[in-house]
Design a protein around this ligand. Structure first.
Ligand code: SF4
Length: 210
């Protein structure tokens, strides 16, 4: 090194350690629970990851224990991917909560691994599609691009309807994420498996959140 050459080694070391701690954070998801084989959080048999932490505070929420951001437990993304890949019975995976979009970065890492299996990915959020597009958050959009179905909007007790399938209140919509992204507007799913034709199933399930 010449006398005029700045010594950047400390800065480089700092950047490298920041990068590795950022990558570590993307490998950890805080969960409140897992249902390995659920029939109430989307059509077919699905693995459901209930994310810990929710800022929405919907009145009448069925899962208040998922609200605290420091509750639940930390799970490793690779372990969750192995759980999904090792289950031949499931036809899809659902991210529920809590609010999955509060942990969008690690969930995107998990979703990318699940995508390799061809399983359908659905996500429940208390945010609306329009709000998410307007917000334009990089991590959240990355996760949405990996999803097939989005059930959007907070649970509204006055609009609660037990006849609805896979959602709790009538303001919530079941959206086709890929078509919505292409058209930059909310497009409802057309897959009959997601539509309101099995009212008896909407009543079942300990972990149904919305
Ligand atoms: S219903 Fe869902 S979005 Fe609303 S407070 Fe409960 S967990 Fe959060």
């Amino acid at each position: 090194m010449t006398p005029n050459t700045p010594d950047n080694s400390a800065a480089r070391a700092g950047l490298s350690s920041e990068k590795s701690s950022c990558e570590e954070r993307r490998q950890k998801i805080r969960l409140s629970g897992i249902a390995e084989e659920s029939v109430v959080d989307g059509p077919g048999i699905r693995s459901v990851f209930f994310v810990q932490g929710c800022p929405h505070g919907c009145h009448g929420c069925h899962n208040p224990h998922t609200h605290a951001f420091d509750g639940g437990y930390e799970a490793n993304v690779d372990d969750l991917a192995v759980l999904v890949k090792g289950n031949p019975l499931i036809s899809g995976v659902t991210f529920s909560g809590g609010e999955p979009l509060c942990q969008a970065a690690p969930l995107a890492v998990l979703a990318r691994k699940i995508k390799e299996t061809g399983l359908e990915i659905a996500l429940y959020t208390g945010y609306t599609w329009e709000g998410l597009l307007a917000e334009n958050d990089k991590d959240r959009l990355e996760l949405l691009r990996l999803c097939d179905v989005l059930v959007d909007g907070r649970f509204v007790e006055d609009k609660r309807n037990l006849a609805l399938v896979f959602r709790g209140s009538s303001n919530q919509r079941i959206l086709d994420v890929q078509r919505s992204l292409r058209s930059q507007s909310a497009v409802m799913v057309t897959d009959p498996a997601w539509l309101d034709d099995h009212p008896e199933e909407s009543q079942v399930g300990v972990y149904q959140t919305r």
